[in-house]
Write a protein that binds this ligand. Structure first.
Ligand SMILES: Cc1ncc(COP(=O)(O)O)c(C=O)c1O
Length: 369
């Protein structure tokens, strides 16, 4: 990625994505948890090249919309390997996916379950429950998943409606650094399965596997060992396991190169400088909302004297401030025109960039490897 940036010097801002790293991350996950099937969460990085590379490696896909269904099929995925994991969908979208061969759906409500029964008759269905676990780095809140009692009832209802009950699923929230969150999910899934009283052969553990940004994250093996032990403890017959990783597959495969637009001080004597980059909240750095994700930064002056900074994007929106509470220091030599590389930026960046807010175009993606 660095070589591509140095040799080609593409216009900034841009994201450079390395497919070799994507493949390596996929296989690292497979090796850590070989008993689990992988459904790559397309939302993390929907670059067609990423989807094609993962399809070629044998990955399945977690899709959230008909657009992602079409993307995966166009890149060579088998519809049998697609799981429509978004419990919020229109009946017409269920019908569309079913017509294209998708046979696996996730639900968390009666209305959605009825739509699946009507428009995807005989499909496999997983019920998502709201896991009771400590919050992750980028929490979902209460938007997805139902209570354990409702999940048990929906499993029974799915069987009554003639659907194939796959089992349960949960998502601990993205960028979760505590393996105990999955342990809680597995334990709750086992209890719901017992309460439901219908066969539930599969358990989808969701995504959430973390990336080490400024703070190192526990290795995948630690999460895998905790999950394996919890499944052995709580399920008399082990279910078929699935994971839906997004970040863990693509984050380290991307470098976002930006350029300094301006360095300024709000008062002449201020120690703190404001560093304005040509990338911000609306051109890819969506996950800096609430300063949830603190990326590692690289500049040409690293190693020299530095000082505290507030880092902001280029638009005329007051919310387009990237870091003002998270302590960041950048070199005192940093000037307009210097590059600032944002590391491990392959997940949840380019696809979040706006079409043209303030006239800034969407973040271009260059694929290497
Ligand atoms: C249903 C579902 N599965 C998987 C993922 C991927 O999560 P992560 O990127 O944390 O692995 C998400 C992320 O939002 C999701 O909503």
């Amino acid at each position: 990625m660095r070589a591509y940036l140095d040799e080609r010097a593409p216009a900034t801002p841009c994201l450079v994505l390395d497919l070799a790293t994507v493949r390596a991350n996929y296989h690292r996950l497979r090796a850590a948890l070989p008993e689990a099937g992988v459904l790559y969460a397309v939302k993390a990085n929907p670059a067609p090249e990423v989807v094609a590379a993962l399809a070629a490696e044998g990955s399945g896909f977690d899709v959230a919309s008909t657009g992602e269904v079409d993307l995966c099929l166009a890149q060579g995925a088998d519809p049998a390997d697609l799981s429509y994991g978004n419990p919020i969908k229109k009946a017409v979208d269920v019908a569309y996916a079913h017509a294209r061969g998708v046979r696996r759906f996730t639900t968390d409500s009666d209305g959605d379950l009825e739509a699946i029964a009507e428009h995807a008759p005989g499909a496999r269905v997983a019920v998502r429950f709201l896991v009771d676990a400590p919050a992750s780095g980028t929490p979902f809140g209460a938007k997805f998943g139902c209570s354990p009692a409702t999940a048990a009832r929906l499993l029974r209802r799915a069987a009554e409606l003639g659907l194939r009950v796959d089992g349960l699923c949960f998502h601990v929230g993205s960028q979760h650094t505590d393996p105990a969150a999955w342990v809680a999910g597995v334990e709750q899934a086992a209890a719901i399965t017992r309460a439901a009283g219908v066969p539930a052969p599969a358990l989808n553990l969701g995504g959430g596997f973390p990336t080490g940004y400024r703070t190192p994250a526990p290795p995948l093996d630690e999460h895998a060992a905790a999950i394996r032990a919890a499944v052995a403890e709580h399920f008399p017959t082990p279910p078929r396991l699935w994971v839906e990783p997004g970040r863990a597959v693509v984050a380290t495969a991307g470098v976002l190169r930006s350029e300094v637009v301006l360095v300024s001080r709000k008062s002449d004597g201020d120690e703190r400088r404001w560093v304005y980059l040509d990338v911000g909240r609306y051109s890819g750095l969506a996950e800096t909302e609430n300063e949830y994700i603190a990326y590692r930064l690289r500049t040409p002056h690293d190693g020299g004297p530095d000082g505290p900074v507030t880092i902001a994007g280029p638009t005329c929106d007051g919310d387009d401030v990237i870091y003002q509470r998270t302590p960041y220091r950048l070199p005192l030599a940093l000037r307009a025109g210097d590059h600032v590389d944002i590391l491990d930026a392959g997940a949840y960046t380019a696809s979040y960039s706006s079409v043209s807010f303030n006239g800034f175009p969407p973040l271009p993606v260059h694929v290497v490897g």
